[in-house]
Write a protein that binds this ligand. Structure first.
Ligand code: ATP
Length: 270
């Protein structure tokens, strides 16, 4: 394998979530985190999962990542059952989850550790390519503690992208950042998604963020976690989070979300 072949886009994956149910049990209680959740995600689609705290968004993301297992249901990635984590599905979390004892380049290289067929110098070239993609090529030798929150999330993004996954799973990656930094990252992630052609599943509480990024917004409600409604977002890209069209979509979806939350308040939780 050469660096050039390594940088060619992998074809994005198709995901099929079929009737997934997940319960967490402890001595004192049982939480019904997901109840028969089904979702088909097309190759290269950008899907945002939105809903109030505790509705099972992260649980579903972890199951897709192979970090957790469903009690019932099926999960297929390109038609094959997912039975654990894999290089084809990389996760980026809200917390930076970077290694403070490694510099920026070292953190991105870490994502390439298990990549077969590349020697050290080729790995470094690949890591530098992704640092450039996220605009941090000049910070390769910087320490993690020298970076701003937004820069740390860029490093985390480069690290998740470096193994060239077919699916990128993002769990509220921008939640801890200020509004201006987030806006910059919305631009970056749209550009990178178009350039690198990934299937993206993105978890957020923020309806506007979901409308800004997603081809589709999937609304969840809690107790138990269920999909309530889905919205196709038909806006041209790149999208500006402050645009009037985007605000109109957000208002409609927020209204629907509030309606579902009100409706589920009366339902018996398990
Ligand atoms: N490891 C666990 N053990 C026990 N309960 C859990 C565990 N992980 C999640 N839960 C419970 O499952 C439910 C769904 O949690 P999950 O984190 O998936 O929700 P979420 O929609 O991602 O919430 P948030 O937006 O706050 O992150 C919650 O009630 C949570 O308390």
């Amino acid at each position: 394998m050469t660096v050039q072949t390594e940088l060619v886009n992998e074809a994005p994956s198709k995901l099929s979530v079929g009737e997934i149910t997940k319960r967490f049990r402890s001595k004192s209680r049982e939480v019904h985190a997901l109840d028969r959740v089904s979702l088909d995600i097309a190759e290269g689609e950008f899907v945002c999962l939105v809903g109030p705290s505790g509705c099972g968004k992260s649980t579903l993301l972890n199951i897709i990542a192979g970090l957790d297992t469903a009690d019932e249901g099926t999960l297929l990635c390109d038609g094959k059952a997912v039975d654990g984590p894999g290089r084809d599905r990389m996760v980026m979390f809200q917390e930076h989850a970077l290694f403070p004892w490694l510099d920026v380049l070292g953190n991105v290289l870490f994502g390439l550790k298990l990549k077969p067929g590349l020697n050290n110098s080729e790995r470094t070239d690949v890591a530098r390519f992704y640092l450039k993609l996220v605009g941090l090529e000049k910070f390769a030798s910087a320490n993690i503690h020298e970076l701003s929150g937004g820069m740390k999330q860029r490093v985390a993004l480069a690290r998740a992208l470096a193994p060239n996954p077919r699916v990128l799973l993002m769990d509220e990656p921008f939640a801890a950042l200020d509004a201006l930094t987030r806006e910059q990252l919305y631009g970056d992630i749209q550009r990178i998604w178009q350039d690198r052609k990934k299937t993206i599943v993105f978890v957020t509480h923020n309806v506007r963020e979901a409308v800004c990024l997603g081809d589709r917004v999937v609304l969840f409600s809690p107790h138990p976690g269920r999909i309530r409604e889905q919205f196709k977002i038909d806006l041209p890209r790149p999208r500006d989070i402050n645009s009037v069209d985007l605000a109109q979509y957000s208002t409609r979806i927020t209204k629907a979300l509030k309606g579902h939350m009100k409706a589920t308040e009366g339902e018996v939780s398990e």
